[in-house]
Write a protein of this length. Sequence first.
Length: 318
Amino acid sequence: MLNNINRRKFFAGASAGAAGILMGSHLKAMAAPARERQKEENPSAKSGYDIMKDVMKYRKIDTHAHIYFTDNSPGEQLDYGERLGIEKQVISRYLDVFPGTPEQFRKYNDLTIKAIKKYPAHLLGGFVLNPAYQKESLEEIKRCSDEGMIGTGELYYQVKINDPLYFPIIEKLIDLKMIIFSHAECQLGVGGYRMKYNGNKAPNTSIPEDFVDIAKRYPEGIFQYAHIGMGGDWEYECKLFKDYPNIYVDTSGSNNAENMIDFAVELLGEDRLFYGADNSYYQSVGKILASNLTDAQKQKIFFDNYNNVLRKGGRHVD
């Protein structure tokens, strides 16, 4: 028990040190000799705790990753993945444009398709769409499925996840046994009061109540709620989702509240968390290592839970 406490305090109290050890800017371009120097300077090594040994002992699927229209993508994402022992990253280019026309979402999906074909050993693809264009979205599901994509990428805020426009889309994804993965937010308020969404948020941003509504309508659906670690009210999210076993949460986001992972497992169970980074790579690994979970529970979150869901549609990682 004492070792667990020390480990938690190391991560929670020294996030800057962990950042430097795992994935600081100097680490990205570090040559092998420099890595050895970093190891010598690593204060955790003096305590007998080898952080990178702990990092690398778990198989990992990053269920929330992205690709961009830049020269260093997906190369940068692959580099992070290699250094942190991430076997597969489920990438998509989220549709952060309005109105999100068929031409736009096809262009975004083409970027993902190109990447997964170039790096099939490391990348899995998720497609994006806009239910406001229902016919074209259904056609895009077929096109992307035929190209080997495994489910939706991070669906964005053109349409709320529980809008009736989504119903035919969700029904098709259920038939295909695909995960329905959507962006969502849950603002923090003052003194425990959760604010209503205001003009600073897109009006169709999905919120936890929307997920509950659609999960009740489609209990056979598999819903992935994005980034409980993005800075919202993760306690409220977990409490609300407790009784809806078809809602899974991914752990991504740059926020590292000390008890977040333990609390989510306590409320949702160890089978309903998916590991994700959403570009916060070292934080995403550190927050799980810093939890009080057993090795078997951590392995479930890092790899097994998501892979078991993929297995239902025959899209799992061997």
